[in-house]
Design a protein around this ligand. Structure first.
Ligand code: FAD
Length: 382
């Protein structure tokens, strides 16, 4: 990958994770002019490659709300997102349509899946209720202790590392300037207007900046102006990866305590933990033990699989668990696309579309209303 060096751009995107890359590509497709994407390390090096790639709003939601609507709309966009990336780059992101199973092992789990089944059927969402026998018929590898299950046919998965490669390639095809190994140090603001960014390679003048810095967003400061008062915190998620040839399952499989994700190439991911541990990306004995316990509850067959990899990533978490999306009205030209927490892979297509629309056309979709940066009050001048 060529690292570019420039001193002016029409739009700068800070952060080369799935969010920054999706926004930059969507900007390029709308003809936003010269777009620079600035990444401190290399694209996809942080949370986005640590993820499991599950696109499962229904399996994870407890009610219909604005976040659920946004997540379902992004899930709907995935098919065309994947096929246009294939067309642009030749990279298949392995969008797998097998669906997601959600298993109950205890009486409490059964109550939980009943609640989920009831509100989702009332809301007209596709969800199937399965007996233990039905569940084992479609997934013979699952534990004998399963008591009941739900199947969400529209909750699917994508191979997120292939997705990152495709997005990098697509951005290159669309002439987005990728500046890797470059740290953005601060935003230069003059009288409520963006002038550009200070980087480790010098100043880049730009009237539009999109902050997609993931868990590191809150390190960014602005000269002469307060940024909204929210702190994006890192939430560590650890992950194990097994060699599962032949595959243990076709579906992504959840229990209320963990999940397993079968990849086409036989890798089986299992996660995860939710830990406020600062910027420490260690894999710990506690993490491995708890993930393994939950994976074995789903399928004892996993006990025989070679453990071939393990890692941890830092999810970007805003104080109210919701993403921060859209223009910051106090500073002309500043946009946020951060705080995607557990759902950045799922929300990438819609984030790209809606942020690019806001930058290029000045249209702020009503879908973004609940996620505006203004919901956090401004702090004093930095
Ligand atoms: P990141 O991928 O972290 O990218 C941010 C980038 O910004 C980094 O590369 C960083 O180097 C760069 N950066 C930051 N500050 C600066 C700066 N000042 N200058 C230059 N560059 C900077 N989501 C799902 O939808 N489905 C899942 O199944 C799923 N599973 C997950 C499992 C685990 C274990 C983890 C950890 C996360 C999971 N997620 C999942 C969440 C998802 O990974 C994140 O929400 C998503 O990756 C966030 O993307 P991002 O681009 O905002 O952040």
């Amino acid at each position: 990958m060529v690292t570019h060096s420039i001193n002016t751009a029409d739009v700068v995107v800070i952060g080369g994770g799935v969010i920054g890359l999706s926004v930059a590509r969507a900007l390029a497709l709308r003809g936003a002019g010269t777009i620079a994407l600035i990444e401190r390390s290399h694209p996809g090096s942080e949370a986005s490659s640590a993820a499991a790639g599950i696109l499962a709003p229904q399996a994870e939601a407890d009610c219909v709300d604005d976040f659920f609507d946004l997540a379902c709309q992004s899930r709907t966009l995935y098919r065309s997102f994947a096929s246009s990336l294939l067309e642009e780059t030749g990279i298949d992101v392995e969008l797998d349509n097998s669906g997601t199973l959600y298993l109950a092992f205890t009486e409490e789990d059964e109550k939980e899946i009943s609640r989920r089944y009831e509100w989702q059927t009332r809301a007209g969402l596709p969800v199937e209720r399965l007996t233990a026998e039905d569940a084992r018929l479609i997934e013979p590898g699952i534990s004998e202790n399963v008591r009941a299950a739900l199947r969400f046919p529209l909750d699917v998965q994508v191979e997120n590392r292939r997705l990152l490669s495709a997005l990098v390639e697509a951005n290159q095809q669309h002439s987005v300037l990728l500046m890797t190994g470059t740290n953005v140090e601060s935003l230069r603001v003059q009288r409520n207007k963006l002038e550009g960014i200070e980087t480790s390679r010098g100043f880049i003048s730009s009237r539009n900046v999109v902050i997609a810095g993931g868990a590191w967003t809150s390190f960014l400061k602005a000269s002469d102006k307060a940024l909204p008062d929210f702190r994006i915190e890192p939430v560590r998620g650890q992950m194990l990866c097994f060699d599962s040839n032949p595959r243990v399952s076709r579906h992504v499989i959840y229990s209320p305590r963990g999940y397993v994700v079968p990849r086409i190439n036989g890798r089986l991911l299992s996660g995860s933990t939710t830990e406020f541990a600062g910027f420490d990306k260690s894999v710990t004995a506690f993490g491995v033990h708890s993930i393994l316990t939950r994976a074995l509850e789903i399928s004892t067959l996993i006990s025989k699989l070679p453990l071939i990899d393990l890692w941890a990533g830092l999810r970007p978490h805003a104080p109210d668990n919701l993403p921060v999306l859209g223009p910051y009205k106090e500073i002309e030209g500043l946009f946020y696309a951060t705080g995607h927490y557990r759902n950045g892979i799922l929300l990438a297509p819609i984030t790209g579309e809606l942020i690019a629309e806001a930058v290029c056309e000045g249209i702020v979709s009503p879908l973004l209303a609940s996620f505006a940066p203004e919901r956090f009050t401004p702090i004093g001048v930095n």
